[in-house]
Design a protein around this ligand. Sequence first.
Ligand code: SF4
Length: 326
Amino acid sequence: MKTHNTEPVIVCSKCLGFAACRYNGEIIPAPYIEKLGKFCRIITVCPEVSIGLPVPRKPLRLVKVKDKLNLIQSETEIDWTDKMEKFSREFLDNLGEAHGFILKYKSPSCGMLAAKYYSSMEKGSVAGKGPGLFGKAVKERFPGHPAETETRLTNFSIREHFLLKLFTLARFSEVRKSGKPKDLIDFHSENKLLLLAYHQENMRKMGKIIAAQKQNGIKETIELYEELLIKSFKTGASHNSHINVIEHAAGYFSEEIKKSEREYIEGLKSDYRGNRAPLSALRSVICSYIVRFDIEYLKRQSYFNPYPDGLVEVSDSGKGRDLRHI
Ligand code: SF4
């Protein structure tokens, strides 16, 4: 099956297992991020320490006045907004290649969502929720890139969606760097079933973009292709789309196997449809036939091995079912 030699770059909040830099001097254990570090290059950042705040420190709070978010330190009431906005801009300007982000949930600086917005410095004046200042800058600068919080990644489906996008975008970076039409064609071919599951319409459009490469030039072709690639993973794939891909793949060997084996696959499909079996169970049965019948085309499909096996974990907290990127 497809092997992985790409190393995605992830930007991670430093307090998630890397340094005791939280306002209260604590570090948050993050074993899964530690595991990701074996397969990815992790760039850590603590925006609050980077703008000159000490550890420990009085916590910060986001105060929304009209439409403007202000980052104010409780008790001292010092306004850190300008410094944080300047740091975020400069950090992201100088970041270079980044394929994904894991940022601390609810933080007024790093938060990608659910940071509390207050209407004043008074207690109990929560007026809404949203991203923190650094998290907001990331979302604006890298729209559509995989970006999650450490808590959402405990959900199996969200984690799988994050990893799949992360490794696909990292593989695509190699195509962008090489700028060779052949590499783009190979990428499209190897990700065909993945794209079929996630966005059939875009998959066709991407094929047309490649076909028009001679007229548009490779640079523009790669830009147009990447735009659609990112959009294709905006939401997760439906059960029906996955079943469609599984049936497509099974078409390569179904005539070669026994009736009882076909019935077993049908049973698994029905269990998956009814949420009684995970997609991975169905996928691994199909993989066993791909290996048994040595089907070269399917062996190269990223759909059957979208990220390294070492990152597969079946645990699921059940938290946060929304697969849309945040
Ligand atoms: S959430 Fe962000 S700013 Fe706060 S301690 Fe962690 S890394 Fe630093």
